[in-house]
Design a protein around this ligand. Structure first.
Ligand code: GLN
Length: 551
């Protein structure tokens, strides 16, 4: 029988509810339980694919190709598990199903309403995940803040789920994450916002079992007592979540604060534990591994600077998975990796790259859409190719390195991607054939994990040490095969391709310390203790180059 933990948020957004959820999942997994996580996003988009990263941060892609909120990326990284589209429930998905059913006549004769039809559909989706995965515990993170109109049907569904599961059986608990602000003047931790948001939750019929207070420092005993008294939770169920130096420290902080014990007590989990063999050994082993990872992460012995050239550089969340992939490399190589965000438009013009990239040890060009800043990225790639600057170019970056090479080496001055110039005489990057005729933008790109063949004798093969790899995709355009042979005869090697050989998946240059492009997104599969091979070798090539320069 699956148990449920529902995590709500109060007072304001951006409190790190996703990290609390991921951390709790990590801790419970370390105890030996099987855990899965659902993210509820109360927006009307069916998925995150149609949203601008400026508004909502990075769009994460799951192996089944579903485009989701970046929180699911954190779940995958902390739980070291692959999630699927069903693990993300949005208002759009729920309403679409209910409206389609209404049109099909499934509710014939009835008035279709939010309660019970929408709420039933929400809970059907939650049960579906529980039943199909068969895990011990499903974590459900409610996006948004209690009190938001958008979130109401989901909270009502959660209340009903609680009733359905049966209160007395300890199979479902609510954790409320809230803000405990500190007044600078007196340094006092204020509990009133927490009291109000718990009150709002109780008005809906939900009583939190545990309150996690986000605060600059640890919650003081008196603060905990106050929250306990006013919010009707035992004192040991008020947990501090102070600001952490990095997100990978959060599981340990929450463990020290007693969150795992508290959750296990409320869910009656020790009973289950007894049935599992060897869990204590596994727990200490697993948390020990995590601590070692954290220790390597927090104590770097060398330092490098990487320029990340993108167009959403004002919003850090836009490149979360790239940052995390570099963080995983940081721990493995004990290297402090400073990311310098460079706005691609600023690179345009002759001296742009020289000026902005002169201090960088490596260049990372992530994926992207739309023509703003494209020429700046091409200039940066040109600079990196000519000046032997280690470069990892992902998706749009990969495509633009083909454009740069076609223009400046092969001699097709007007070469471009059809995405940005439909009139170019040399569309070295063209629309994927399966994209022709598609006029709906939502969920229609080439999406998700696919098998890729790596050519032996290439740098790519050296990196992956394998002939077949699986990586995740998100694109509409690709290398135009009409130009492939000519490009290759000029020195650019396409070192990996799709199983039918029609899609170029990787490229590299021989006379360069590291110049690799990939059509797929290696950042989505990078995990703590298992950095994505391309990122790992990129960082190592920078370290090698630097130590070579010193000698
Ligand atoms: N815009 C390009 C395409 O659709 C690249 C996409 C990406 O970088 N994710 O093919």
């Amino acid at each position: 029988m699956t148990k449920f933990i529902i995590i709500t948020g109060g007072v304001m957004s951006g409190l790190g509810k996703g990290v609390v959820t991921s951390s709790l999942g990590k801790l419970l997994k370390a105890k030996g339980f099987s855990v899965s996580a659902i993210k509820i996003d109360p927006y009307l988009n069916c998925d995150a694919g149609t949203m601008n990263p400026f508004e909502h941060g990075e769009v994460f892609v799951l192996k089944d190709g579903t485009e989701v909120d970046l929180d699911l990326g954190n779940y995958e990284r902390f739980l070291d598990t692959d999630l699927i589209g069903k693990d993300n429930i949005t208002t759009g998905k729920v309403y679409r199903t209910v409206i389609e059913k209404e049109r099909a006549g499934d509710y014939l004769g009835k008035t279709v309403q939010i309660i019970p039809h929408i709420t039933d559909e929400i809970n059907r989706r939650i049960w579906e995940v529980a039943d199909e995965t068969g895990v011990d515990i499903v974590l459900i993170e409610m996006g948004g803040t209690v009190g938001d109109i958008e979130g109401m049907p989901f909270l009502e569904a959660a209340r009903q789920l609680h009733m359905e599961v049966g209160e007395e059986k300890n199979d479902l608990i609510f954790i409320h994450t809230t803000l405990v602000p500190m007044l600078d003047v007196v340094g006092e931790q204020k509990t009133k916002p927490t009291q109000h948001s718990v009150k709002a939750l109780r008005e809906i019929g939900i009583e939190p079992d545990i309150v996690v207070g986000r605060c600059k420092n640890k919650l003081e005993e008196s603060t905990k007592r106050k929250i306990s008294l006013f919010c009707d939770v035992p004192e040991d169920a008020v947990i501090s979540s102070p600001d952490a130096e990095n997100i990978y420290r959060v599981p340990l902080i929450l463990q020290d604060e007693g969150l795992t014990d508290c959750v296990m007590k409320r869910l009656n989990l020790p009973e289950i534990l007894k049935e599992k063999e060897d869990t204590t050994v596994k727990e200490s082993h697993r948390m020990e591994e995590w601590k070692n990872f954290l220790d390597r992460f927090e104590n770097p012995t060398s330092k490098i600077d990487i320029a990340l050239v993108g167009k959403y550089t004002d919003l850090e969340d836009a490149y979360v998975s790239h940052e995390q992939a570099l963080n995983h490399c940081r721990a493995e190589t004990k290297t402090q990796i400073n990311i310098k965000y460079v706005e691609s438009e600023d690179l345009e013009g002759e001296n742009g790259p020289k000026e902005l990239l002169k201090d960088a040890d490596g260049l990372l060009i992530p994926g992207g859409f739309g023509d703003r800043g494209v020429e700046g990225k091409i200039d940066a790639l040109n600079y990196a190719r000519v000046n032997q600057l280690p470069t990892l170019a992902i998706c749009l970056g990969f495509q633009l390195s083909v454009v740069e090479f076609a223009r400046n080496v092969v001699g097709y001055e007007k070469a471009h991607s059809y995405e940005f110039d439909e009139k170019t005489p040399d569309p070295v990057i063209d629309l994927l054939p399966m994209q022709r005729g598609i006029d709906k933008m939502g969920g229609t790109m080439r999406l998700g994990a696919e098998k890729i063949i790596v050519k032996e004798g290439t740098k790519a093969y050296e990196i992956y040490q394998e002939n077949e790899i699986i990586e995740r995709h998100r694109h509409r355009y690709e290398v135009n095969l009409d130009y492939k042979d000519e490009i290759e005869s000029n020195g650019m090697v396409f070192s990996a391709h799709s199983t039918n050989e029609k899609r170029m998946e990787m490229l590299e240059l021989e006379d360069h310390p590291f110049y690799i492009g990939c059509q797929f997104h290696p950042e989505f599969q990078s995990r703590p203790m298992k950095p994505a091979p391309l990122f790992f070798s990129f960082v190592n090539s920078i370290l090698d180059k630097k130590s070579g320069e010193k000698e």
